[in-house]
Design a protein around this ligand. Structure first.
Ligand code: HEM
Length: 487
């Protein structure tokens, strides 16, 4: 009743809910896209909902993306929206547990390890990791290099392949080796403390929370030991992220990042790329498995670029594989891992082009995935079609609609933003393309795979921090080049 009687005309419309405080948590949490779409039909692009005591104003569409993601830091903050979840996982002094200006510099340090020169080193490392993984993992050859076929559970295999390849490239050989010991279990514990429940109740007294805190300490301490050992030997020549931070992480005011902060940064960066890339590779493999024409075309592209002998993949080869890259691009269009990007409102904020004011203390939310599946911007949006990216005509011409944004824009006013925009934009995009492109190329060369008989690509499951395919996320593969027995 209060919602109806005391409606302030300058406030965005509020989504009706029966249970105070709890609000729309259930309908938003179960299927955020349906929730956004239902309410957009009722209210338009801007509306407010209540979730567990928070008032969250959603701003949809390219303009909404721009409003939230390009808002001034003096008006909105990501740290006040995310720190309660991330600080226990990443640790102190980094990412959202420091002033925003520090985060901007931390991202700059990280970027200097994510260069073409580094990527040229990384591709052979990823190739090698994938091979070793296939040989050992029961999901693939399981120690039997002659195995000709198998069923693979992707949500087991892809997170492992992602963390092994990311740790080997970004953090170096000795860190990677620790994943063969206890590190994998510790990261697993960290993961189980990085859930929607912890977003709402960061310190909920359940075993997952205690294990998260123990795991964080052990992982951070281990990175500290690695840092100290590297400093002892004095060899900081590898192009990995850890060395880059050890060499270069001095803020503009002359203060150096401490070893503890560098250790925590390693956790933050690995976690930032882990779920997002594991989810994306899983979705891509499922879609490719469901489409023989695409699979054949991707294989042909490998042959065209690397010859019938399929010589070892390099970074430069990846750059010359447009279909592969468009497959990743299309996967991220339909399945962006992050459905909601949030900011805390620090000062009353007027939404451009509307009469609405979002008051201080509320949150604003951008949902970049909404325009990515909107027929206003993408023809036939529910069709998975990597080829659409070759043909501008398949994508509604942005310039015809609005002079100042283009489809794949660096700005925030774009309908295609799987990596966000503005000051919090992802720094891992290029690395993600390298990692995903290499892993997918390896699959395309080695296997012919499909979804199990009678299955199609599963619907999304929104119950974890990233959008995953609902179980069972399985593929069935046979070896492409049985004659060669070469893995
Ligand atoms: C930020 C998506 C991979 C590190 C972001 C944001 C998005 C995103 C949407 C913006 C968050 C916001 O505005 O609230 C993705 C996707 C990935 C991916 C879809 C893979 C497919 C990676 C990788 C790394 C990484 C591989 C590290 C190497 C970061 C960092 C930020 C970020 C450090 C900045 C956070 C901030 O400034 O607040 N990512 N990411 N991401 N991502 Fe990624």
């Amino acid at each position: 009743l209060r919602q109806v009687l005391f409606k302030d005309p300058n406030r965005p419309p509020v989504v009706f809910h029966w249970i105070p405080v709890f609000g729309s948590a259930a309908s938003y949490g179960m299927d955020p896209y349906k929730f956004f779409e239902d309410n957009r039909k009722k209210f338009g692009d801007v509306f407010t909902f209540v979730m567990l005591g928070r008032s969250i104003t959603v701003a949809l569409g390219p303009r909404g993306n721009d409003f939230v993601l390009n808002a001034k830091h003096s008006d909105v903050s990501a740290e006040e929206a995310y720190a309660h979840l991330t600080t226990p996982v990443f640790g102190k002094g980094v990412i959202y547990d420091c002033p925003n200006a520090r985060l901007m510099e931390q991202k700059k340090f990280a970027k200097s390890a994510l260069t073409t020169v580094a990527f040229r080193h990384y591709v052979p490392m990823i190739v090698n990791e994938v091979r070793q993984y296939w040989l050992k993992s029961p999901q693939f050859f399981g120690g039997d290099a002659d195995r000709a076929s198998n069923k693979t559970h992707l949500m087991t295999a892809m997170p492992e392949m992602t963390i092994f390849t990311a740790s080997r490239t970004l953090q170096g050989r000795e860190v990677r080796a620790k994943f063969d010991e206890s590190f994998a279990d510790l990261y697993h514990d960290l993961d189980r403390g990085f859930t929607p429940i912890h977003f709402v109740f960061p310190n909920i007294p359940i075993p997952a929370t205690f294990n998260r805190d123990k795991a964080h300490k052990k992982i951070s301490d281990t990175y500290m030991e690695v840092i100290q050992e590297r400093r002892r030997t004095g060899d900081l020549s590898d192009p990995d992220l850890l060395n880059t931070f050890m060499r270069e992480a001095i803020y503009k005011d002359g203060i150096r990042m401490t070893d503890r902060e560098i250790a925590n940064m390693m956790i933050g960066i690995l976690m930032g790329g882990q779920h997002t890339s594991a989810a994306t590779s899983t979705w891509a493999l499922m879609h490719i498995g469901a489409d023989k024409t695409l699979r054949d075309a991707l294989y042909q592209e490998q042959v065209d670029v690397c010859g019938t002998e399929l010589r070892e993949l390099t970074y430069d080869d990846l750059v010359n594989m447009p279909l592969l890259n468009n497959t990743i691009r299309e996967t991220l269009r339909m399945h962006p891992p992050l459905h909601s990007l949030m900011r805390f409102v620090r000062h009353d904020l007027t939404i451009d082009g509307t009469k609405y004011v979002v008051p201080r203390g509320h949150y604003v939310l951008a949902a970049p995935g909404v325009p990515m599946i909107d027929s206003q911007y993408f023809k036939n949006p529910s069709k998975y079609d990597p080829a659409r990216w070759f043909e501008q005509k398949n994508i509604i011409d942005m310039n015809a609609r609005d002079q100042d944004y283009t489809i794949v824009s660096k700005g925030a006013r774009s309908p295609y933003l799987p990596f966000g925009a503005g000051r919090h934009r992802c720094i891992g995009e290029q690395f993600a393309y390298v990692q995903l492109g290499t892993i997918l190329s390896m699959f395309i060369r080695q296997f012919e795979w499909t979804l199990p008989e009678g299955r199609s690509v599963p619907p999304p499951d929104y119950s974890s921090m990233v959008t995953l395919p609902a179980e069972p996320s399985e593929i069935v593969w046979t070896r492409r080049r049985v004659d060669e027995k070469k893995i």
